[in-house]
Design a protein around this ligand. Sequence first.
Ligand code: GLU
Length: 280
Amino acid sequence: MKLHKASAAAAAALVLALTATACGGDSSDDSKDSGDGGGKIIIGIKFDQPGLGLKKTDGSFAGFDVDVATYVAKELGYDAKSIEWKESPSAQRENLISNGDVKFVVASYSITDERKQKVDFAGPYFLAHQDLLVRADDSSITKVADLNSKKLCSVTGSTSAQNVKEKLAPKADLLQNGGYSECLTSLENKAVDALTTDDSILAGYASQKEHQGKFKLAGLKLSDENYGIGLKKGDTELQTKINAALKKMVSDGSWEKAVTANFGPAGYKNEPAPQIAEGS
Ligand code: GLU
């Protein structure tokens, strides 16, 4: 029995040691090279959110988060060609950051106390609000209480899904997918009655050519979503540098330009640039 315990402890110690090695311990010898030498930087974004982070059919990337990330990377010493984009679905963002798979995440990523247990944030660099997207001919959903008798779709690991379950419509029949584009298909197919997430994301879907006239936003500001840039917990040096880059992006007019270019086509009325805080 004793022997058993001892060997279990030894095995646990070995696992710990191996984990520490695999993670690279500190960022200076990060074997995954997410941006500490080697000339490239890996940045997490969404791949399926038009207006924010979208991988286009030609393989290029576009959106406000892409522009913010590109600007920040440049300030950190990485030109656009040195960026490797990594798809970062909502539920995987904290893990991608803490595993060192990405240097930072710019992916409609709301700053929350719960997430701050695992990662740190620079920013905020954008303020959005949770809203609903419904089919254009549906007039049965005008307020949040209507959702309690409806089928709703959102994404695993998002604040949108959490808000529905905890406060907005706990009785709604909630389908949770890996990404919002999957919910959009469900909405179109009438498998669900509404899709809920940030208005910034919903406006992008509604304005896509293939969706025009099919959907409408309810126009409800159901929450405040302050987007931050997620980074490894404790990396205050990177956090300070990113905050400085974000401040510069706002003050030199690049932020406004990126907002107009990416949200303008969707007719999305954005909030003004938020105050970028130290140590978000
Ligand atoms: N901003 C919200 C969040 O961080 C919803 C959008 C998303 O899932 O990326 O969860």
